[in-house]
Design a protein around this ligand. Structure first.
Ligand code: HEM
Length: 400
């Protein structure tokens, strides 16, 4: 799911690429004001962010009650109270249990052969296309769409509608209210229909696994299941597309020297992918929000009951007490500590291992098949596609 952060920032005309965003050094928790006036506590040191994300006193559900603080930037599916990300405690665990086994590192590793086949199919098509051509339309978008569609068992028609629904599920806030409501209702109807189909005729796909697990578990509200399926199909491709696009813009635009090793060594590609995930955020927004209903303390600072807390994973990923400075110097160096790019604690990204595998295979095999790939447009002329909290290149024009 796109990192559902909440302190919404709109990029301006001369917006830098995400790998060049400036981060203040982390420090003790401090009060901040969000663009819509909501007061919050910004938590930024690595240890403090981990504490907030791992401590059940910092929840999500209370941010989505009728009288909860309004969080600017939350719209579309991300603001749905039924979404797994907006559940706490037992409600959250019940939903997580339905999918937990499907997404373990070992389970995901078994998907490697068919994901590699999908990558190669995309590369065959690229090799046959005229160039200069757009790498977003030809690779970074269709690859994750094909992977999540196969996993969730989507037919061709649903695959073709996926991008349309994603625009609304992860809206940048520019869609008129009525249009938004009708697109989201259509998407939810699609999710409900998919669940009904798999209940009556189960297949090998994850939707069937999810329905069976939820029915065996009992007591999972249907609205939450629908939002989980919808969240997985859009979240399962949009974040990976965003990450792949921003990574390729950086590698092709500024780091061509890593291309030969990336193509030659699959394991090194995995280490590089981890470092890019660690350092290139999905968007401009800072901090994933939590709410505390009790008095707490973080990093020696008292945080009173009723506070919104923003845990800033981007700042924490650059904490000099944990990570060496100049982290982009050696892209093949393993990280010094686990990255917070996928969050931590109860809401740790369900798709983290899948996203890692897709990035590793996509970058490695693209570099292997196209050793001469290069940008055919100046990097600073890139136009941006905006989501609720994400930003990625609309097009990456390349040649070889
Ligand atoms: C580069 C790709 C991705 C990144 C950087 C990413 C990042 C994140 C982050 C940071 C969170 C935690 C949010 C928080 O605590 O504030 C999250 C949650 C989540 N992600 Fe991802 N994600 C990615 C890909 C995926 C994929 C491929 C899937 C599904 C197949 C997915 C499904 C989810 C779900 C369901 C949650 C919510 C988990 C929960 O609330 O328990 N993500 N993701």
């Amino acid at each position: 799911m796109s990192c559902p952060a909440d302190a919404h920032v709109r990029p301006g005309p001369s917006t830098p690429p995400l790998h060049r965003l400036a981060f203040d050094p982390p420090g003790p928790p401090r009060p901040v004001e969000l663009p819509d006036g909501t007061r919050a506590w910004l938590v930024s040191r690595y240890a403090d962010v981990r504490k907030v994300l791992n401590d059940s006193r910092f929840g999500r559900a209370q941010l989505h009650t009728p009288d909860s603080p309004s969080l600017s930037g939350e719209s579309g599916l991300v603001s749905s109270a039924d979404l797994i990300f907006n559940q706490d405690g037992e409600d959250h665990l019940r939903l997580r249990r339905t999918m937990r086994r499907a997404f373990t590192p070992r389970a995901v590793a078994r998907w490697r052969p068919w994901i590699a086949t999908i990558v190669e199919q995309r590369l065959d098509e690229l090799a046959d296309s005229a160039h200069p051509m757009d790498l977003v339309a030809g690779f970074t978008l269709p690859l994750p769409v094909a992977v999540i569609s196969r996993l969730m068992g989507l037919d061709t028609e649903a695959r073709e509608r996926l991008r349309h629904w994603s625009q609304y599920a992860f809206s940048d806030g520019s869609h008129p209210e009525e249009e938004m409501a009708s697109a989201l209702a259509e998407f939810a109807a699609f999710g409900a229909e998919l669940l009904a189909e798999r209940r009556s005729a189960p297949g090998e796909d994850l939707t069937s696994v999810l329905v069976a697990a939820a029915d065996a578990e009992g007591g999972v509200p249907e609205g939450q299941l629908v939002d989980l399926v919808c969240g997985l199909v859009v979240g399962g491709h949009d974040s990976t597309m965003t990450m792949l696009g921003n990574s390729l813009l950086y590698l092709l635009g500024e780091r061509p020297e890593v291309w030969p090793r990336l193509g030659a060594d699959e394991q090194a590609a995995g280490t590089l992918a981890e470092r890019l995930l660690h350092l290139i955020p999905l968007g401009d927004d800072r901090g994933t929000a939590r709410y505390t209903a009790t008095d707490t303390e973080v990093g020696g600072v008292a945080i009173p009951a009723g506070s919104v807390v923003l845990a800033d994973c981007g700042m924490a990923n650059r904490d000099p007490d944990v990570f060496a400075p100049r982290q982009l110097d050696d892209l093949f160096a393993p990280l010094e500590a686990p990255t917070l790019a996928f969050g931590a604690g109860a809401h740790y990204c369900l798709g983290a291992w899948l996203a890692r595998l897709e990035l590793q295979l996509a970058l490695h095999r693209l570099a292997a098949r196209f050793p001469g790939l290069r940008l055919a447009q100046p990097a600073d002329t890139v136009e941006w596609h905006l989501g609720t909290t994400s930003r990625s290149p609309r097009r990456i024009v390349v040649t070889w």
